[in-house]
Design a binder for this molecule. Structure first.
Ligand SMILES: *Cc1c(COP(=O)(O)O)cnc(C)c1O
Length: 362
């Protein structure tokens, strides 16, 4: 059945080894692999948990972590929750999450209570916002950081495992030696002020890994959290390919359900499309138009690239995508499968859609 997301576990493992080598051997950091881009696919999670480079397996959703916590812990690795937890999910967090990212004292207090019920000490990472303006205590409000740390250190069932930053997700701020050095400074100040040792200073996601290659990752950053660079081979700071990775470990396959020659311009008064937008049409004369059985409900049209460079995506609606196959050497016909490489958005949506089947290559 199609559409189908084909996951090449061998290629994914090669990507993992490539980013693992950069992060651990060249960068001297521990490696946290992030599974949310592929909705914590279990076959992938097993491969990741078994890989020697991997220290932590992380996701933004507790439900995903619950699905593979046994596998990860069984392999001697730790589970990590990246998204700041909701009050309503702290019981689940205490159960399935070994290291939890946090920025709100009210939530950490609840986590302290839940950890006490389980008789455990919950490791947490306190997030610092260095200017990207998503989660974390704002770095310029040092007093607020001290206030939070003091209260955390007094909690019976919470262990302050470290601090971390996230960049390039919301504000698109690029990690550099200078902003990441500020994180290291904060860590060293906290250690001196409270006579503690922070195990982890986590220096960001796939947009930070390029710093290792340039020799500019500040000393003191000792962890990176990698999703996209492992799944798609991307350095997300400058959109380059990381050495030793491939971009086709994940392939989307969709089936042609109609193929007809039609004009390129619709006929009649133009209103708005199914999503309320006014479409733009280019007159290309009579075209060979293929419709594939997948739509905006299942994927992101701007985040998929046909593997056949002579095929072009024209547009689509909820359940259909229209391709221009006029200039393709291959004689496409109804029933044929068209393949696509995916970007982050396309990967996320296809992995989330209940209508996209999965297949594995080993
Ligand atoms: C999603 C996420 C990551 C991984 O990001 P990639 O760009 O896919 O490497 C790391 N850290 C946090 C906090 C995240 O939310």
């Amino acid at each position: 059945m199609y559409p189908k997301l084909v996951i090449d576990l061998k290629k994914l493992e090669d990507n993992l080894n490539a980013v693992g080598k950069i992060t651990k051997e060249d960068g001297g950091c521990s490696l946290m692999i992030v599974t949310k881009g592929l909705c914590a696919d279990l076959e992938m999670a097993k491969m990741v948990a078994a890989n020697d480079y991997v220290d932590f397996v992380a996701d933004s959703r507790v439900k995903n972590i619950a699905s593979y916590a046994d596998i990860v812990r069984g392999a001697g690795k730790k589970t990590v929750l990246l998204r700041i937890p909701m009050h309503s999910e702290v019981a689940e967090v205490a159960k399935y999450v070994d290291l939890c990212f946090n920025s709100e004292l009210s939530t950490i207090r609840l986590l302290n209570e839940e950890a006490a019920k389980l008789g455990k000490k919950q490791d947490i990472l306190l997030m610092i916002d260095l200017g990207d303006l998503r989660e974390g205590i704002f770095f310029q409000n040092e007093d607020l950081i001290y206030e939070a740390v003091e209260e955390i250190l007094a909690m019976e069932n919470i262990n302050l495992y470290g601090i971390g930053v996230n960049l390039t997700c919301y504000g698109a701020i690029i990690p550099k030696n200078d902003n990441l050095s500020q994180l290291v400074d904060i860590a060293r100040k906290l250690e001196a002020k409270y006579d503690i040792k922070l195990e982890m200073v986590s220096g960001g996601n796939s947009s930070s890994i390029y710093l290792v290659g340039k020799g500019e990752l500040p000393e003191g950053i000792n962890n990176l959290r990698l999703g996209e660079s492992f799944l798609l081979g991307n350095d997300t700071a400058y959109e380059t390919k990381l050495p030793g990775t491939v971009s086709d470990a994940l392939i989307l396959q969709a089936e042609i359900i109609e193929l007809k020659e039609k004009p390129s311009l619709p006929i009649g008064e133009v209103g708005v499309d199914a999503f309320g937008e006014k479409p733009y049409y280019e007159d290309r004369g009579i075209m060979k138009r293929a419709i594939i059985g997948i739509g905006k409900q299942d994927t992101d049209l701007g985040s998929m690239t046909p593997c056949d460079p002579q095929v072009e995506i024209m547009g689509g609606s909820s359940d259909h995508i229209i391709l221009d196959v006029t200039h393709a050497d291959k004689e496409y016909k109804v029933g044929d499968i068209v393949e696509f490489e995916l970007g982050y958005g396309g990967m996320l949506k296809t992995a989330t859609s209940a209508y996209v089947e999965r297949a594995y290559r080993k």
